[in-house]
Write a protein that binds this ligand. Structure first.
Ligand SMILES: [Zn+2]
Length: 173
């Protein structure tokens, strides 16, 4: 689900509420799709606050995989036939499958993270709560998360290197 966040500018203390996007996928070489993980950025080409790709390193994907596999192991050692355990196992198996896909994508990825709007790699990633020099003007800017929102997916497709593929879209039902 997309995040909703607030950009707080100083001096002045004025702020702007921004929403993330939903419905951004990589189209992998084998035809499978992988969700683009995203983070608020300032893009020097758009001259605007947009979202940038999060290219998670293989080691971090491995850590996520380990934690899923450990939980799966714990459940299978216990009462795995209970409905809640079965449900959780199903979720974990799906998550493991998606993380394995992300791992193989991350291993092959060469390009640095790109802006999801224009493909530029000159980005400033805004860390939650950290005050940085305002890339769009004077003073500073700080990002605060407000929560999540539900939005219609926008159906953007990217190459594994993060280039937007304008002709591709998901089948519509
Ligand atoms: Zn951009």
């Amino acid at each position: 689900m997309p995040g909703v966040y607030k950009l707080i500018f100083t001096p002045g203390g004025y702020y702007r509420v921004q929403r993330g996007t939903r419905g951004n996928d990589y189209l992998l070489d084998d035809g499978r799709r992988l969700e683009v993980w995203r983070h608020p950025v300032f893009c020097f080409s758009c001259r605007a606050y947009t979202e940038g790709e999060v290219v998670t390193p293989v080691s971090e994907v491995d850590a996520l995989l380990d934690s899923c596999r450990r939980e799966k192991h714990r459940i299978t050692q216990g009462r795995a036939d209970r409905p809640r355990a079965r449900e959780r196992l199903k979720e974990l198996n799906e998550r493991i499958e998606r993380l394995e896909l992300r791992r193989s994508w991350s291993r092959k990825r060469n390009s640095p993270p790109r802006c999801l709007e224009c493909g530029c790699t000159e980005l400033v990633f805004l860390k939650r709560g950290e005050e940085i020099a305002n890339p769009s003007g004077a003073g500073t800017v700080r990002l605060e998360w407000l929560g999540m929102c539900s939005l219609r997916p926008r159906d953007f497709t990217y190459s594994p290197e993060g280039d937007r593929l304008p002709g591709f879209s998901l089948p519509q039902w």
